[in-house]
Design a protein around this ligand. Structure first.
Ligand SMILES: Cc1cc2nc3c(=O)[nH]c(=O)nc-3n(C[C@H](O)[C@H](O)[C@H](O)COP(=O)(O)OP(=O)(O)OC[C@H]3O[C@@H](n4cnc5c(N)ncnc54)[C@H](O)[C@@H]3O)c2cc1C
Length: 470
């Protein structure tokens, strides 16, 4: 059997390759860079274990659990400290816990009485037609009111997308939320009435899902996948061209400045959208993927700081805090990394991971390192009562961090759908298509591998129309 090419060695590509290998499909994974994992990267330095990108994976699907178990990583997985599950939102310069029950919501200082009454009216707000693409900001303001948008949703989408609700599409960025309105006429009623269906689908509610990592950090996952795939992973191999043939694709890639070609039975595109846009496609049907470069990827700077425990006034009893735009701070939010996983800082010390930039303030992300350390320290002094000098610091810039599923995203989805329909041995998977979280990417890799296996099984039984014609 001819091998399947996977383009991109992030968590999507690695999962795809591993799942295909388990089905005895030979694979070659091409990765342009000199390491795998994309933003999943851990640094272990001076007793601090810190993450470049994701700090945790939300275990919302059994497909995530089975990947970990199939890799033999059960003993190495770490579940976040359940006592540290509280998320905080900053209001009037102070951290306030996000209420997780009706009673807590009723007594929470996060929203005014007026704001709470407006949120309570949500089941009585008329639903909008299913077909309309609406921004998350408009959707939330329409259904829950302005205060909920400003002090719940604005910081929430900052934490997830580094995005802004006024740009993100509710249909494409938050399809489950829109589906609740479409199906039940109300988000709140849908959340209650849809419980059984979610259970049937094996879905785990985000608020109930475990947040996990590994003893030596999240990089354990891509590293283990890499080790299992062995020679099938080709680093420093950038794919530049794909030419359709009678029974597959000829792939051109560059390695060490030299161009090489290989034939594959199918191609799975898991590279970042703006990189896929640069790959030249020669096929019977017109396939121009350059439109994908229009998917916005804002810059994000991530600043990690270690402190002596006594130099931080706040007890850091929680997961971390997010900052609404209305608070006018420099930082987007901060994760209490050593509260979630105590082994992330040396004894008597704490570790905080802070993000700056995103769609809200893209210009800040590109500031020089020293300036970013200063801005972060200033905001952490205000919110957490940080006093002393950091005992550890590390900075990293993601110039194009997270794909934004903005209003108008339909044109990208349509392009991918029609390309897959007309070019049956070409597949799209990854954060630009199936959801941006690392968990979404694992599910995306798992599902695309199933689709490829199914196609190959069918096409191995019957000659392809191409083979008959040629
Ligand atoms: C700062 C930050 C924080 C995050 N925090 C979280 C979090 O807390 N929780 C969470 O669940 N998710 C988080 N995410 C999101 C999540 O990490 C990503 O969406 C996910 O890792 C993307 O995986 P991927 O495989 O789709 O793409 P990537 O990991 O981007 O992989 C794509 C790969 O393709 C390669 N490539 C590109 N072009 C080519 C080519 N032509 N040929 C060959 N290879 C190519 C690239 O080098 C890259 O390695 C975060 C992301 C960032 C940036």
């Amino acid at each position: 059997m001819r091998s399947v090419a996977i383009i991109g060695g992030g968590i999507t590509g690695l999962t795809t390759a591993f799942r295909l290998s388990q089905s005895r499909v030979p694979v070659v994974l091409y990765e342009a860079g000199d390491r795998i994992g994309g933003p999943i990267r851990t640094i272990n330095e001076n007793g601090y274990v810190s993450e470049y990108g994701p700090n945790t994976i939300l275990e919302t699907s059994p497909k995530i659990t089975s990947l970990i178990n199939d890799l033999g990583l059960e003993q190495r997985r770490l579940d976040s400290n359940p006592a540290m599950n509280t998320n905080f939102i900053v209001r009037n310069g102070k951290m306030m816990p996000v209420p997780r029950s009706l009673l807590r919501f009723a007594t929470s200082p996060l929203f005014s009485i007026r704001g709470k009454l407006r949120i309570g009216l949500e089941p009585f707000i008329r639903a909008k037609p299913k077909t309309e693409d609406e921004s998350l900001g408009d959707f939330v303001q329409r259904r829950f009111g302005r205060e909920f948008l400003d002090f719940a949703i604005n910081p929430f989408v900052t934490g997830v997308y580094a995005g802004i609700p006024e740009n993100l599409s509710v249909r494409y960025g938050f399809p489950k939320l829109k589906a609740l309105e479409d199906t039940y006429g109300s988000v709140m009623l849908g959340a209650i009435l849809g419980r059984r269906k979610r259970k049937e689908r094996g879905e785990i509610k985000k608020t109930e899902a475990k947040k996990l990592s590994f003893d030596d950090g999240l990089q354990v996952l891509p590293d283990t996948l890499h080790a299992k795939l062995g020679q099938a992973v080709e680093l420093r191999s950038k794919v530049t061209r794909l030419r359709q043939t009678a029974d597959g694709w000829t792939l051109t890639f560059t390695r060490n400045g030299r161009e090489e070609q290989r034939h594959h039975a199918a191609i799975v595109l898991t590279a970042t959208a703006y990189n896929i846009a640069q790959i030249q496609i020669e096929a019977d049907e017109l396939a121009n993927l350059s439109l994908l470069k229009e998917i916005v990827h804002p810059p994000v700077a991530r600043i990690v700081l270690g402190f002596r425990r006594e130099d931080v006034t706040d007890p850091l009893n929680g997961f971390g805090f997010l900052v609404p735009k209305a608070e006018n701070l420099n930082i987007l939010g901060s994760t209490f990394s050593s509260s979630i996983f105590p082994n992330r800082a040396p004894s008597g010390h704490v570790l905080l991971t802070t993000f700056i930039g995103g769609c809200r303030q893209p210009e800040l992300a590109n500031l020089p390192e020293e300036k970013l350390f200063d801005l972060t320290l200033l905001d952490l002094q205000r919110i957490l009562g940080v006093r002393g000098k950091p005992t550890y610091r590390h900075h990293w810039l993601f110039p194009q961090a997270i794909p934004q599923y903005n209003v108008g995203h339909k044109k990208f989805v349509d392009l991918m759908d029609t390309t897959e329909t007309h070019l049956p041995r070409l597949y799209f998977a990854g954060s630009y298509r199936d959801g941006i979280s690392a968990g979404n990417c694992i599910v995306s890799g798992h599902d695309v591998a199933d689709r490829v296996v199914q196609f190959l099984e069918v096409s191995n039984r019957s000659p392809s129309p191409h083979a008959i014609l040629s």
